[in-house]
Structure formats: structure tokens, C-alpha cells
Design a protein around this ligand. Structure first.
Ligand code: ATP
Ligand code: ZN
Length: 299
């Protein structure tokens, strides 16, 4: 028998997505060995190898079927997709899951002294960006004609260097913009990390492991926000209490020894449980409320 063929998953080698991506894989149960500065993590307990590369190369690696899976920012995927489409090539990667990290937005920012009054203010200007295709699509959608200056990095200093009038760049906190005396004026797109896969059929053995990995990733994402709530409630208050449990469909009702009026309610809440929710539950008649973290979940 052939050994199980190995799946290759590309992630960013060193950057904003690296730690979260490795953490996600560890939570999926992957044990790997990684020598310092090596480009490959060898999965010891799954037929899965993790390639560590520059994020910009990830869509290409999946496109060319070198890797079956990749984790990369939606901004990079979109830019690649638009670039391929412009050249008449069909992108050969599919977005299969949105991941809950790497959140940022692509925004237009102008120098502090710039009198901005809407997209029309950008007409005829030079806009520096690392994402020319996404910017061009947005400009076209706004009916604005502007020059797109493509830079490979350090976009935020382009106006000071006289290379552009304004910029279009990724922002999360806005501190880089502030440090460069730039003001954010438009959001071009929202982004976060996504999982992409090759649409090319893979061998059955590989596909089984890919399905398993995707289910585990989904489970990991769901438990992050999930909580297990246990409480006691008068039977008469059950409809109201069930309505207050955030993101929980079918609570379990358990009888309590020695009483018919009260029951125990157990529920998995798929949204964060805040103090306000507990206070409302209490006001509705609940008592002995316990909120526990959920360690693993397989829907
Ligand atoms: P590489 O060396 O891999 O090319 P990079 O400099 O292109 O790295 P990073 O700055 O590490 O990439 O960002 C990786 C991804 O993280 C971005 O493409 C984006 O999806 C996401 N991201 C989240 N917040 C930010 C932010 N404030 N600035 C830039 N990217 C962000
Ligand atoms: Zn990059």
C-alpha cells in the first residue's frame, strides 16, 4: 500500500499572520517539527506539511497546485484574483473559510492638511499602494480617474517623498498613519485571514485528511467565542431564559432532585457571554449561573 500522500499548506513565514496560523494548526491537533530557519514544518501526527513562505507567494503556490491549501490575507487573495482576471486567467483557488484573525482594512489616507470632501477629491491625483488592482477596481466603482503608483512597501512615506499625493494602504489601529501625519478618509475593503484551496481534485486519501482538517479548523473557530452555560431556572421562566441565551439553539433541560418547579438548563452559547446577559438571566429568575469555557467542539 502507498503511504498516505501528504497535504501541503502554505502560511506566512514571518509576519502578522504567522503566529496565529501556527496556533490555529496546533489547536487542530497538529504536532510538527520545525528546525530554525527551515521553510517546512513536518507534521508528525498528520500527513500534513506546512510551507513557510512570503504571503504574496501563497495564492501562486495554490494556483500552481504546489500546495493544496494556503492561509493568507483576503487582500492578497483579492489582489491576485483581480490580477489574474485582468490577464484573462481564471484563478485556480477557492476561498473555503474565513479565519478570525489578521483583521484590517484597506483605506485611502490623505496628508493632514488635505481638504478632502469625497472620492471626487482624488480625481487626477497620484495614489501610492501595494494593491493596484484592488485600488483600480474601487476607483472605477467611484467613477474617479487617478494615477495608481505601485510600490512594494513603505507606502506611508510616499507623499512625503513626493512620489504620490495620497496613499491606499492597510490599516488596523491607524497608529502608522498618525505617525506619518496622514488621515484615513475612505475604506476600500475590509480584510482578514482566509483559507484557500486548490479546486483541482486531490487523491482520496488526501481529501479525507483535508476534510478532517477543515472540520477541525471550523471547530477551533467556533469554540473561541463559545461558552457552556449552566443555571437553575423556574419552569415558568424557561421560554424567557431560553430567549436570553446568546446563540444557543436547543438548551438541555435537566430535572432537579427534590423539586418539580425548578430545572437545570445547560446550553452551548456560540457567542460571547457578557455580564449583562448574566444579569438579565438572573432578573428573569435564573440562579446558580455558571459559565465555562469550551475546549473543543465538533459540530
Ligand atoms: P511578507 O514578508 O510575508 O511579504 P508583508 O509585509 O507583506 O510580509 P505583513 O505586514 O506581515 O505582510 O501582513 C500580512 C497580512 O496581515 C496583510 O496582508 C494583511 O492581510 C494582514 N494585516 C493585518 N493588519 C495589518 C496591518 N495593520 N498592516 C498590514 N497588514 C495587516
Ligand atoms: Zn507580503
Amino acid at each position: 500500500m502507498d503511504p498516505t500522500p501528504r497535504i501541503k499548506l502554505a502560511i506566512q513565514k514571518s509576519g502578522r499572520l504567522t503566529d496565529n496560523s501556527l496556533d490555529l494548526l496546533a489547536r487542530c491537533g497538529l504536532k510538527y517539527s520545525r528546525a530554525r530557519d527551515q521553510l517546512l514544518c513536518f507534521g508528525e501526527n498528520m500527513p500534513l506539511d506546512v510551507l513557510l513562505v512570503r504571503d504574496d507567494d501563497i495564492p501562486d503556490l495554490v494556483q500552481e497546485d504546489v500546495c493544496e491549501l494556503g492561509i493568507v490575507g483576503l487582500n492578497v487573495v483579492e489582489e491576485k484574483r483581480l490580477g489574474l482576471a485582468a490577464r484573462g486567467t481564471t484563478p485556480l483557488f477557492e476561498q473555503v473559510m474565513t479565519l478570525d484573525y489578521g483583521r484590517c482594512r484597506m483605506s485611502i489616507a490623505v496628508p493632514e492638511e488635505f481638504a478632502y470632501s469625497g472620492p471626487a477629491s482624488l480625481e487626477g491625483l497620484r495614489i501610492a499602494t501595494t494593491y493596484p488592482n484592488i485600488l483600480a477596481r474601487w476607483l472605477a466603482g467611484q467613477g474617479v480617474r487617478a494615477g495608481v503608483v505601485t510600490l512594494s512597501g513603505a507606502v506611508e512615506i510616499a507623499p512625503r517623498l513626493g512620489r504620490a499625493d495620497v496613499i491606499c494602504d492597510l490599516v488596523s489601529t491607524g497608529s502608522t498613519l498618525a505617525a506619518n501625519h496622514l488621515t484615513e478618509v475612505e475604506t476600500v475593503m475590509e480584510s482578514q485571514a482566509v483559507l484557500i484551496r486548490t479546486p483541482v481534485p486531490v487523491a482520496a486519501g488526501k481529501q479525507d485528511w483535508m476534510d478532517k482538517l477543515l472540520k477541525r479548523m471550523d471547530g477551533v473557530q467556533q469554540v473561541k467565542e463559545s461558552k457552556y452555560i449552566m443555571l437553575h431556572a423556574p419552569r415558568s421562566a424557561l421560554p424567557q431564559i431560553a430567549g436570553l441565551l446568546p446563540g444557543s439553539e436547543h438548551p438541555t433541560i435537566v430535572p432537579l432532585e427534590g423539586t418539580d418547579e425548578k430545572v437545570a438548563v445547560h446550553a452551548v452559547c456560540r457567542e460571547n457571554v457578557f455580564w449583562e446577559t448574566l444579569e438579565r438571566l438572573k432578573a428573569a429568575g435564573a440562579s446558580a449561573i455558571l459559565v465555562l469555557p469550551v475546549e473543543k467542539m465538533l459540530p
